[in-house]
Write a protein that binds this ligand. Structure first.
Ligand SMILES: [Mg+2]
Length: 371
């Protein structure tokens, strides 16, 4: 706890009111929690965790394999009146794009979750752009009946993608479901060619094969003309655009992938799911179990859940911040409350420079969000 105390003092150098969105007065906690620091500590909305003051923590967790171009996941966590929240926007997000991620964290900290309609969430394993042997091992050891396989990684070929998918098909057997995710890397012509070649592996769907909504719509038309009945899912075309409903309006996708943090929270996602008129797959933004809990809350609250969710991604991290990580058992993750492990927070604290970056990022985003 000594280092936690030090971190507390470190953070006192920042404007806590801005960090926590507390404009005036202290909504949570009591004066006894404000044990040290400056005269304006009373503005900081500290809450209590078993009598211990809880505040903002930065984390840096190594990934088992390079994923989405990164080898380490960073973010912040804090606890509010309703529970723990994670704020971990990817580093390629900036400015106003960060605000929905903050709304999602505020929801987790201050409001908690809507009533669940189910308590077990079917999930897929996630297979990074690894070689066939590793892909086989990941898909088999996860114990899930569905796998999402990353394809179209820069510097890799379609032959490598096919070998990876073939290995996953071997691991899952003919009844397993395989979806692939290109993260928008293919042109329409490349996507058409790739899907024609990869369809032999009986694909459940292809996620974000091309970058834009227009390309996805064009691809869907061409797939239909070619007699290739492979559904298209939109991910980035929903979470990184001004209007997430364009994919439906332009008939650019068969499935909507929803991620809680970039779309502004569980309730915001429920609204999108209601309006968009497409079946929904809930997926993670590669969070710790704290962020994954929000994804599970969304999956649990959706009226229908026709697909396995991409929420087993704690398996991609070398460590987690809770005592019992949210990982699939027999292909499902059960809804449960988390116990955050303070020693893990301490172990995975990033260096001072990284902490300062995240603290400044949060202050700027809080200002953009209007406090
Ligand atoms: Mg995706």
């Amino acid at each position: 706890m000594q280092r936690l105390g030090q971190r507390r003092r470190d953070l006192l150098g920042l404007d806590h009111a801005k960090l926590n969105g507390c404009r005036t007065g202290c909504a949570h906690g009591d004066q006894a929690n404000h044990r040290s620091g400056r005269a304006d500590d009373h503005r900081f909305s500290w809450s209590t965790l078993r009598g211990v003051p809880a505040e903002l923590f930065c984390y840096a967790l190594a990934l088992r394999t390079r994923f989405r171009g990164i080898t380490e996941r960073q973010g912040m966590i804090w606890r509010g009146a309703a529970g723990w929240a994670e704020w971990s926007p990817f580093l390629d997000y900036a400015g106003a794009e960060l605000v929905p991620w903050l709304r999602a964290a505020d929801e987790a900290a201050e409001r908690g979750w809507p009533a669940p309609l189910r308590t077990e969430i079917p999930v897929n394993s996630t297979v990074p752009a690894v070689g066939p042997q590793d892909a086989y091992a990941i898909a088999q050891s996860a114990g899930c009946r569905s796998a999402k396989v990353k394809v179209a990684e820069r510097s890799q070929s379609l032959v490598e993608d096919a070998a990876r998918i073939a290995a996953v098909r071997d691991a899952l057997g003919p009844s397993g479901k395989i979806r692939i995710d290109a993260n928008g890397a293919w042109s329409v012509a490349e996507a058409l060619d790739a899907i024609a070649q990869l369809a032999q592996f009986d694909l459940e769907y292809v996620e974000q094969p091309c970058a834009t909504v227009e390309e996805l719509a064009d691809l869907r038309r061409r797939l239909a003309r070619a007699g290739l009945n492979v559904p298209i899912a939109a991910d980035e075309s929903i979470r990184r655009v001004k209007d997430p409903y364009q994919v439906a309006a332009q008939e650019a996708a068969d499935i909507a992938v929803l991620k809680v943090q970039p779309l502004g929270g569980v309730r915001a996602c429920l609204q999108i799911a209601k309006r968009i008129g497409l079946p929904v797959v809930v997926s993670s933004a590669l969070e710790t179990s704290i962020g994954i809990r929000a994804g599970l809350a969304l999956a649990a609250a959706l009226p229908e859940l026709p697909y396995a969710c991409g929420l087993n991604t704690v398996a991609l991290l070398k460590a987690d911040l809770v005592t019992e990580p949210l990982l699939a058992v027999d292909g499902v993750i059960s809804l449960r409350d988390l116990v955050v492990e303070e020693s893990a927070i301490d172990r995975h604290r990033p260096n001072h420079q990284v902490e300062k970056f995240w603290q400044a990022r949060l202050v700027q985003t809080r200002e953009l969000a209007g406090g």
